[in-house]
Design a protein around this ligand. Structure first.
Ligand SMILES: NC(=O)c1ccc[n+]([C@@H]2O[C@H](COP(=O)([O-])OP(=O)(O)OC[C@H]3O[C@@H](n4cnc5c(N)ncnc54)[C@H](OP(=O)(O)O)[C@@H]3O)[C@@H](O)[C@H]2O)c1
Length: 301
């Protein structure tokens, strides 16, 4: 059995991981009540106590805009905690770590998909703290560190763009008001189902002796703007009977919708090497979105 210590089991990805634990894995899931990621001493002790084969760090500070006014907290959870977890594994002399990271480590100025080796140049506190987490894990655990960057994560639970859009469609449609969505930020949505499968496959591949590149990238297949995703949500949710009425979706620019955090305008990641190494094809993002919306429709009373 592979002993995996999972942080953030109550988050979006955490829940998808919990729902798909392979039979070869013995899971030690430590939620916020069992392990506070702002406490590096507790992070070290958790690793020394449980002696896992893997730390799967799905815990993170993900409030991108709030991070601008809480940089210490974002850095503690996103950089110091992964560093402490990796350091403890190094101290033990055993174990590997899978650290989740983000497309927001890039500044989006390149204009074509980012390869894993491209140097991070984050625009926001969140992006910088996640880039700091990558560095802390790579420095703390030479040889046993694996970074998996992902983008625009959503699923049937948690705080995410898809669930926010469903709520806003209902609210705006009732008022007869349009839903204005940014159309000049391009990336790719990623369903927690496919992302969890990629995490488990990565661990299984390494356990089977395959050597992988240190930095991997996983998004669903294709590219989209937030406007494209909002429009797809309205079309699919209506056809699945999830929304009775939808608001008109109108494209706006980033300048029309100022936010505390700056976001990359083009943060698409090249996931080719990861798909090939993990022998997993990425699902087209609209198909993955439909599957999540179907799940939500089936769960409706
Ligand atoms: N969401 C996205 O769009 C996105 C995009 C790219 C990359 N990522 C990365 O993907 C990974 C998973 O993201 P996600 O969307 O699943 O995040 P999420 O839904 O926000 O979940 C984060 C988890 O971290 C836990 N956590 C936060 N602060 C903690 C603390 N001080 N002590 C212990 N636990 C703490 C939360 O606990 P509670 O449940 O108690 O709050 C939650 O379970 C993260 O590394 C994130 O940076 C996310």
């Amino acid at each position: 059995m592979i002993r995996v210590l999972l942080t953030g089991p109550g988050g979006q990805l955490g829940r998808a991981l919990m729902a798909s634990v392979p039979t070869s894995v013995e899971l030690i899931a430590l939620g916020r009540d069992q392990l506070d990621l702002t406490d590096p001493v507790a992070c070290r002790e958790a690793v020394l106590q449980h002696r896992p084969d893997w730390v799967l760090n799905a815990g993170a500070y993900t409030a991108v805009d709030r991070a601008e006014s809480e940089p210490e907290l974002a850095w503690a959870v996103n950089a110091a905690a992964p560093g402490a977890l990796a350091g403890a594994l190094a101290e033990l002399g055993q174990g590997r770590m899978l650290q989740l990271s983000t497309d927001f480590v890039f500044n989006g100025e390149q204009g074509r998909p980012y390869l894993p080796a491209h140097p991070p140049a984050p625009l926001s506190v969140y992006g910088a703290s996640k880039a700091g987490g990558e560095q802390a894990v790579l420095a703390g655990l030479k040889g046993g560190a694996h970074i998996l960057r992902t983008s625009w994560v959503y699923g049937p639970v948690g705080r995410n763009f898809c669930l926010t859009m469903l709520r806003l469609h209902s609210e705006r449609a009732a008022l007869g008001a349009p839903l204005k969505v940014v159309a000049d930020q391009v990336g790719c949505p990623t369903s927690t189902t496919g992302l969890a499968a990629a995490c488990w496959r990565l661990i299984a591949k390494v356990a089977a002796g395959q050597s992988l590149q240190t930095i991997l990238q996983w998004s669903d297949a294709g590219a989209a703007s937030w406007f494209d995703v909002a429009l797809a949500i309205s079309e699919l949710a209506q056809s699945l009977g999830l929304l009775e009425r939808v608001a008109e979706v109108l494209p706006i620019t980033t300048g029309d919708y100022p936010t505390p955090a700056r976001r990359p305008s083009y943060s698409l990641m090249d996931c080719t090497a990861t798909r090939s190494a993990l022998e997993l094809s990425g699902e087209p993002w609209r198909h993955a979105l439909e599957a999540v919306l179907r799940q939500l429709a089936a769960a409706q009373p």
